[in-house]
Design a protein around this ligand. Structure first.
Ligand SMILES: Cc1ncc(COP(=O)(O)O)c(C=O)c1O
Length: 476
């Protein structure tokens, strides 16, 4: 047998040899019945003493990996079946994830080179973030951490932060909530994960808008939910098209993701009474509505709800930075203890330094000031983008109405235009855009582009859209 074995150094040689032989047996590189070289021969080959080899063989024999037959040598006795050995040898491991994970591919995507014109949706402008103030507050919290005991904290989150959020949503979103109603999470993503753990069994039907937010859809599917796509019209989610058996509806009523329309008041009322009749839950994802430009915002579902059916989810990923990983949920009292327990079981609680710094940031009025400044900036980018689309892309596309947030859609007038192809060609030219189809599971998704303006300065927008028009003209 010509098995590759090496030992090095002067100590632990028998252990090194033992491990290599054991791994070779477990990985199927040597099989049951294979004859190992005699101890003297292997000792000569490895330039070690015969005792070293004997010690390794004896240990493997005592563990049942080898058997010695007087007169005929030492043989392998593998504890696992040959087919399994072969599989292990091929894959390097016997572990396989559940099939659902084969379908999950997640970002973040890093373009090969920095795009010259970055229209990716969902990213705020980090240059607007008040880093100096944040640094001061984090440093201060770290100083006070030095004098604290190293204890686990309250799973629902720091009380001061929950109080600050209750005040904030009261003013900004007309939501009546107290600190007790709020649970701090690591972003929307964890809020959705906790809700799923608490509310549904594998196989439950979760209805969500299509096109919609892929990170929510994939998360629900990974938890064993059957996700049912629901179409949209100008008023938002088509309540008439909800499946009878849905246990939960996930929706983005303030600024539909990604199409941008708000859900009309009539539709909100229809959705609430549907949920009441079906005893279903509604997850209201209010991810970017603090950046609202034109009209007065409609009441959130949460504040219209009389039946305790709505779980409101908010995030600081757009108002501040996604990397902070801070979000929150406001749940009806009936599921609060379970959500708190789920949070504790998942990760005990969110990092305290960030929570404490954010509480102070809000108490000092810095969040409100930052949102005011950023809103003005994003509004001028949104206006510039709308006029650039009308000017340069008007032949092929029209901007979908959008009064909030950090992105809008340019919908193709001709359904035969392929947004995937356009987006691919644009990306190759250094213009980062997403096709609308990326957010849909429909066999014939709406054709258009999702254009974010968080990552592009106002004075680059017109030129970016002009170049995008050139790409569109060339791909037709
Ligand atoms: C619809 C929607 N919800 C929520 C979020 C924010 O998620 P998180 O708070 O996990 O960063 C995003 C970010 O792109 C989003 O598009």
């Amino acid at each position: 047998m010509d098995l590759h074995l090496t030992v090095s150094g002067r100590h632990g040689l028998a252990t090194q040899l033992y491990r290599q032989l054991r791994d070779a047996i477990l990985e199927g590189r040597i099989r049951s019945g294979d004859n190992l070289p005699p101890t003297r021969e292997l000792a000569d080959r490895l330039k070690v003493s015969r005792n070293t080899v004997t010690a390794a063989y004896e240990r493997l024999t005592s563990e049942g990996f080898l058997s010695a037959r007087v007169g005929s040598g030492t043989f392998v006795r593998s504890p696992i079946a040959p087919a399994e050995q072969r599989r292990n040898a091929l894959s390097g491991t016997g572990l396989r994830p559940l099939p659902v994970w084969d379908r999950v591919t997640v970002g973040p995507e890093r373009p090969a080179r920095k795009p010259a014109f970055d229209f990716r949706a969902g990213i705020p402008d980090a240059r607007l973030f008040p880093f100096a103030a944040w640094r001061r507050l984090v440093t201060r919290e770290l100083h006070s951490a030095e004098n604290r005991k190293a204890l686990y904290q309250e799973p629902s989150g720091l009380l001061r932060l929950r109080q600050a959020i209750a005040r904030h949503v009261g003013v900004a979103r007309s939501i009546q909530a107290t600190a007790e109603d709020i649970l701090i999470t690591n972003g929307t993503q964890q809020a959705l994960d906790l809700i799923g753990r608490v509310l549904w069994e594998p196989g439950a039907v979760v209805a969500m808008e299509d096109p919609g937010y892929p990170m929510a859809r994939l998360l629900f599917q990974s938890q064993g939910a059957r996700v049912h796509p629901v179409p949209l019209d100008a008023e938002g989610l088509a309540v008439d098209a909800l499946p009878e058996n849905a246990a939960v509806v996930y929706t983005t009523p303030s600024h539909q993701f990604p199409l941008g329309m708000p859900m009309s008041l009539a539709r909100r009322m229809a959705l609430l009474s549907w949920a009441e009749r079906r005893r279903a839950a509604i997850i209201e994802d209010d991810y970017d509505s603090e950046f609202r430009f034109d009209d007065r915002p409609l009441e959130p579902l949460q504040s219209l709800d009389r039946g305790g059916r709505v779980i409101y989810v908010g995030s600081f990923s757009k108002t501040l930075l996604p990397e902070l990983r801070v979000g929150y949920l406001i749940a009806p009292p009936s599921i609060r203890p379970a959500l708190r327990a789920a949070k504790a079981l998942t990760d005990w609680h969110s990092p305290l330094t960030t929570q404490a710094a954010l509480a102070r940031f809000m108490e000092e009025g810095l969040l409100a000031r930052h949102v005011r400044r950023a809103r003005k900036e994003y509004q001028s980018r949104r206006d510039r983008l709308v006029s650039a689309i009308e000017r340069h892309l008007g032949t092929w596309a029209e901007p979908a109405p959008s009064v909030a947030g950090l992105h809008l859609c340019a919908l193709f007038r001709d359904e035969r235009l392929h947004a995937d192809e356009v987006a691919r060609a644009a990306n190759a030219e250094g213009i980062a855009v997403y096709p609308l189809s990326r957010f849909s599971t429909a066999p014939t998704p709406p054709q258009g582009l999702v254009l974010g303006y968080g990552g592009i300065p106002v004075n680059r927008i017109d030129e970016g859209v002009r170049r995008l028009a050139a790409v569109l003209a060339a791909t037709r």
